[in-house]
Design a protein around this ligand. Structure first.
Ligand code: THU
Length: 131
C-alpha cells in the first residue's frame, strides 16, 4: 500500500461524507500494523456537537476490525468537488496519539498537491498521557 493509494482511499471515503452544515467533506484512511486499511468520513448532526470527524470514524473501524496501531493515516478534506489541505483537528490529534508510536506518519497533500508528512509529536507536542 503506497502513500498515494492510502490517500486515494481517503479521497474515496471523503465522497461519502455527510456534512450538510459545514459542506466541508473529509475522508481519512488508516494503514494498520497488519497491513489492513480502514476508512472514515465526517458525519455531522443537526445538534452540531454530535458530529464526528473522519479520523474518529477510521479509528473506530480499525479498532472494531482488530487493528491496534496506526502505521500511516492519510487525510483529505475540502469542498464537494475539490480537495484542500486538511490536517487533523486538535481533538483528532489526541485520538490519533492514542493508537500511534514515534514512527506513525500523518500524510496529506496541500493545495498545491505537495506531500506533507508529519509525526504525531510534530502535530501534538507535549501530548497528554495518563501517568
Ligand atoms: N473535520 C474532520 O472530519 N476532521 C478534521 O480533522 C477537521 C474537521 C470535519 C468536522 C466537520 O464535519 C467539518 O470537518 C468542518 O469542521
Amino acid at each position: 500500500m503506497t502513500d498515494e493509494e492510502l490517500l486515494d482511499a481517503a479521497r474515496v471515503a471523503r465522497e461519502k461524507a455527510y456534512c450538510p452544515y459545514s459542506n466541508f467533506h473529509v475522508g481519512a484512511a488508516i494503514l494498520d500494523e497488519n497491513g489492513d486499511v480502514h476508512i472514515g468520513c465526517n458525519v455531522e448532526n443537526a445538534a452540531y456537537p454530535q458530529g464526528s470527524c473522519a479520523e474518529a470514524g477510521a479509528i473506530s473501524a480499525m479498532i472494531a476490525a482488530g487493528g491496534k496501531r496506526i502505521v500511516t493515516i492519510a487525510v483529505a478534506g475540502g469542498g464537494e468537488n475539490h480537495t484542500r489541505a486538511c490536517t487533523p483537528c486538535g481533538g483528532c490529534r489526541q485520538r490519533i496519539n492514542e493508537f500511534s508510536d514515534a514512527d506513525t506518519r500523518i500524510i496529506i497533500k496541500d493545495d498545491s498537491n505537495e506531500w506533507h508528512t508529519y509525526t504525531v509529536a510534530e502535530l501534538l507536542p507535549k501530548s497528554f498521557h495518563l501517568p
